[in-house]
Design a binder for this molecule. Sequence first.
Ligand SMILES: [Zn+2]
Ligand SMILES: [Zn+2]
Length: 296
Amino acid sequence: MINGTYDSEDLVREIERLCTAQPHLETVLRAFGPLVLEKSQWLSDTALDTQILPIDPLRYTEGIPLNRQHQLFHADDPWGSAGWATAKAIAQGFPQFSGDMEALLLRFTEGKYDCFSLFFVDEKEANKQLADKATEFGISPVSLHLFLRVLNTFMLTKKARDMKTELAAHVWNKGYCPVCGGFPHLAILGDNGQRHLQCADCGHTWPFARLTCPYCLHEDPQNTTVFFVDGQQEDSAFTCDKCRRYLLTANRSASLSPPPADLIAMSLIHLDLILQEKGYSPMTECLWNSFNVAED
Ligand SMILES: [Zn+2]
Ligand SMILES: [Zn+2]
């Protein structure tokens, strides 16, 4: 597993270490660090699913991820604790949303809120339904959207964790995630040069050919350049000149337990900025890598 076994105290120490070592990261770490901490704590407090979803080997080999083979989310998943942890993390990292998160937490306490049902909206009506729900709760649609986006990653991460052993028995050779179909936000190179991709949404990691673009499967090494900042060659980005996407890449010895990949990805945010200024797009947008470079 690429994520080490960091407990909450280790994570707090790692966030503080990064803030001191790279002061330019402080703003992003103060905002998103609570999400990393709360997610980690919630996962360690949450039991594994007792029901394992069967994987259809043929469909899996064809590249059909688990979320298109099964309904991943169920009403009896631990939505209450996930919602609570999500609201708490957002309130800590984003004080401007803390009032709205408190309003949501109050509804949980009163038992009037069902997170699960909010994931099953009609796609065409999603914006209107979100706005209606936000009005009903007395909060802004932006707050509710952020809450659901983060809550989705918490629950997906649990699903990926719970299916890890089953997934390890099957081969997956696509550039998108075998659990949720999302694209990676980070690649980690191990001791032997093997590249592991990490899904931005569920945190699942899987091995992938080092010179192939995960986004468009372009295989010409001539067009896949590795970009790095002078003096920091252990951290780089894979770039593809065919699809103009990039993937942050960290060199981390497997013998050392690396911090959670979200923290590694946040610590490379300077590369996100440089590459987006050069006209590349990330393979997937996560909460902290979306800049509107044109407006800078
Ligand atoms: Zn995923
Ligand atoms: Zn590509």
